[in-house]
Design a protein around this ligand. Structure first.
Ligand SMILES: [Zn+2]
Ligand SMILES: [Zn+2]
Ligand SMILES: [Zn+2]
Ligand SMILES: [Zn+2]
Length: 494
């Protein structure tokens, strides 16, 4: 248990990482020596363990700690990924305390009658508390690894051990000692090469899992990001009607819903392709970021998964090759005597250039599509709030999540639209606050005879309102997306 004084994410990270990096600035020799033990990505492994421990630390030990609750409310709770992670593990009931506090905090913020989102304290840099702790854990691991690379024996082991996945090697480049930058890039390139060979057809499921893990990190870290199965894929005939239906169906924030829907649509389209499809005809549609790669791994048939993976491995390798090129060219010119005087400066520049190219995230077409979907559906929603019929649907529905509410408040053209969004959100928060209080009241022993009504599910509504989690029909979750055409996907499931 940590002290009750002001908690920082770093302190929590040290606690949940099991003391692996007690002092980041000065890691213990024991940690440094053992950092390259085992196999697989050391950052993925540490973050995965820390994620589980963090939720135990929060929900079992500290959820009613005032400092913890305040920090949680200031950040408006979890991101969508972590909220879904908890919802899928049915950890929701444990969240009632935290979200009730956040509701009360949100009501007072809204009552201060802000006209702009920044006054609500919802800003893009305001990170989810779980994500913040994981970032600290990652940095802690990088601190230990950096120390390890300062020792000649461990530096020699680095290429054999291949301790970082592509994703974490990219992140580590910002911390790597200068003399190891080239090694880090070369080693991850080797990892990509060996996995490219393994995924060349015919690929086994295990080979593909390994390749995906080397490329996009551990699955647990990105689980819960795949669009829920059973999302309706609209026919595009009447977007305004579709949006009204989503709003009325109370399945979560309509903008978050649309973002997940376009992902589901893309994956369903990819899933129905023939196994011998020419890659060049679809490569502008294939996912490249870790989130969407894992979503594709879960949703696509084996043949298309192999196509997706080898395309992504190819893209990652091309980037590494580009990163290594300028420095190689520099080294070749190094023998020219007249260049010797400026060589150290030139080499430093080349290194920085290599690091900068290698650390760039791959341009993911699916991410671009979700960003467009987010912007377009928000615009549509703001336009529709001018219609009274839509306004009454909206009042009844889940409404926007707090993060999208903030964006909508910034974008709303008229004061009337802003006022409408604020007053409906206040009403929704007020009701949710009451329901969460009721759920908490019924948790105590003297209420054990009372009937648990809808308030028992209030935590699911809290996840929808604060994190934009989209509910889905579990009964349809076992059905794969239709293989033949998109025509059958137009109807909304009930
Ligand atoms: Zn990793
Ligand atoms: Zn998060
Ligand atoms: Zn949302
Ligand atoms: Zn993506």
């Amino acid at each position: 248990m940590l002290s009750r004084s002001r908690l920082t994410a770093r302190e929590v990270a040290h606690h949940v990482a099991g003391g692996l990096f007690a002092r980041v600035s000065e890691p213990r020799d024991r940690d440094v020596v053992h950092i390259l033990d085992g196999e697989g990505c050391i950052a993925c492994e540490a973050m995965e363990k820390a994620e589980t421990r963090y939720f135990f630390w929060l929900l079992a030990e500290n959820q009613s700690d005032l400092e913890v609750m305040r920090d949680f409310a200031d950040r408006w709770g979890f991101c969508r990924r972590h909220a879904r992670y908890l919802a899928e593990r049915a950890e929701g009931p444990g969240l009632a305390h935290l979200y009730q506090f956040t509701c009360a905090h949100g009501l007072s913020r809204l009552e201060a009658a802000p006209t702009h989102a920044y006054r609500l304290g919802i800003v893009p840099g305001n990170t989810c508390p779980a994500c913040l702790v994981l970032r600290e854990v990652e940095q802690g691991i990088f601190g230990v690894l950096r120390r390890a690379l300062g020792r000649a024996d461990l530096r020699a082991r680095y290429p054999v051990r291949q301790p970082l996945c592509f994703l974490h090697a990219q992140h580590f480049l910002a911390y790597a000692p200068r003399e190891t930058i080239r090694t880090v890039i070369e080693v991850v390139d080797q990892l990509l090469v060996s996995n490219s060979l393994a995924t060349r057809a015919p690929a086994s499921e295990l080979d593909m899992d390994r390749a995906a893990t080397a490329l996009a990190g551990r699955m647990a870290l990105t689980a819960g990001t795949a669009p829920p199965r059973g999302l309706p894929i609209d026919d595009g005939v009447d977007p305004a009607r579709c949006l009204s239906e989503v709003v009325t169906a109370r399945r979560g924030c309509p903008v978050c819903y649309e973002m997940l829907r376009v992902e589901a649509e893309r994956l369903a389209w990819l899933a129905q392709l023939r196994a011998d499809v020419a890659v060049r005809t679809i490569e502008d549609l294939l996912p490249l970021c870790d989130t969407h790669l894992w979503a594709a791994m879960g949703a696509l048939p084996t043949s298309i998964r192999a196509v997706t993976l080898s395309h992504a491995l190819g893209a990652a390798r091309a980037q590494m090759a580009l990163a290594l090129r300028p420095e190689a060219a520099q080294a070749r010119r190094g023998h020219l005597r007249w260049l010797r005087a400026v060589q150290p400066v030139a080499r430093l520049e080349a290194l920085n250039f290599a690091r900068e190219i290698a650390a760039r995230s791959l341009y993911c077409p699916m991410r671009v599509r979700t960003q467009v979907a987010e912007r377009r559906s928000l615009e549509l929603l703001l336009t529709l709030t001018e219609r009274s019929a839509f306004r009454s649907h909206y009042e009844e529905g889940t409404g926007l999540c707090m993060r999208h509410l903030a964006v909508a408040l910034e974008q709303a053209a008229s004061p009337a639209a802003r006022q409408f969004l604020l007053s409906t959100q206040h009403a929704k928060l007020g009701l949710l606050n009451w329901e969460l209080q009721e759920a908490l009241r019924k948790q105590i022993w003297t209420s054990r005879f009372e009937h648990r009504g809808g308030d028992g599910e209030a935590w699911t509504r809290a996840l929808m309102l604060f994190a934009g989690v989209v509910s889905f029909d579990l009964s349809s979750s076992t059905e794969p997306p239709p293989q033949s055409s998109m025509a059958g996907l137009g109807s909304t499931p009930t």
